[in-house]
Design a protein around this ligand. Structure first.
Ligand code: PRP
Ligand code: MN
Ligand code: MG
Length: 181
């Protein structure tokens, strides 16, 4: 398999598991949004793979837009205070927005993002995430579509990085402990 070397400990989700779950999620989305215009909003950079694959499992037209947000402060993880690095190009007022994420960890990023988006007067805002870590939650986020709930260990691949590496893995894997410097 691609890039599976000493840096990685164990494959958590195979390429096939990811793709077949995405196909199921796409079918749910297609059913729920029948007759409605949907704007998929990806959160850079992690959501790039999920967006590319999920959107191609949809057999209907959607628009795609992107936001890039970043936590303030010196902490390495989410503080809950977020600033917008790149805003949407689209005006979402009156529109059905589906936020696409790779992972919900503490939930702080999405909780901020959803309330930010809601303030713009969309018809609806829902969340679709490939991964969620229930044990890491610091706030409740109402998520409509979840690919997999996973344990609270450090995972990389399929968009998820460690120091900007491993995003291009086709699988989700745990990082070997010796990698945490
Ligand atoms: C990661 C991940 C989510 C967010 C989840 O993004 O892609 O967007 O953290 O964390 P939270 O639930 O604790 O807020 P990151 O900020 O690392 O940026 P990236 O997508 O560019 O890697
Ligand atoms: Mn991200
Ligand atoms: Mg990251």
């Amino acid at each position: 398999p691609q890039h599976i070397d000493g840096d990685l400990e164990k494959v958590v989700l195979s390429e096939q598991e990811i793709q077949s779950r995405l196909a199921e999620m796409a079918a749910d989305i297609q059913r729920d949004y029948e007759g409605k215009d949907v704007l998929l909003v990806g959160v850079l950079k992690g959501a790039v793979m999920v967006m590319a694959d999920l959107s191609r499992h949809l057999s209907r037209h959607v628009e795609i837009d992107w936001m890039d947000v970043s936590s303030y402060g010196s902490g390495t993880r989410s503080s809950g205070v977020v600033r917008i690095i790149k805003d949407l190009d689209a005006d979402i007022s009156g529109r059905h927005v589906l936020v696409v994420e790779d992972i919900i960890d503490t939930g702080l990023t999405l909780s901020w993002l959803v309330s930010n988006l809601r303030s713009r007067g969309p018809a609806s805002v829902e969340i679709c995430t490939m991964l969620r870590k229930p044990e890491a939650a610091k706030t409740d986020v109402d998520v409509k579509y979840v690919g997999f709930d996973i344990p609270n260990s450090f995972v990389v691949g399929y968009g998820l990085d460690y120091a900007e590496r491993y995003r291009n893995l086709r699988v989700v894997a745990t990082l070997a402990p010796h990698m945490y410097s």
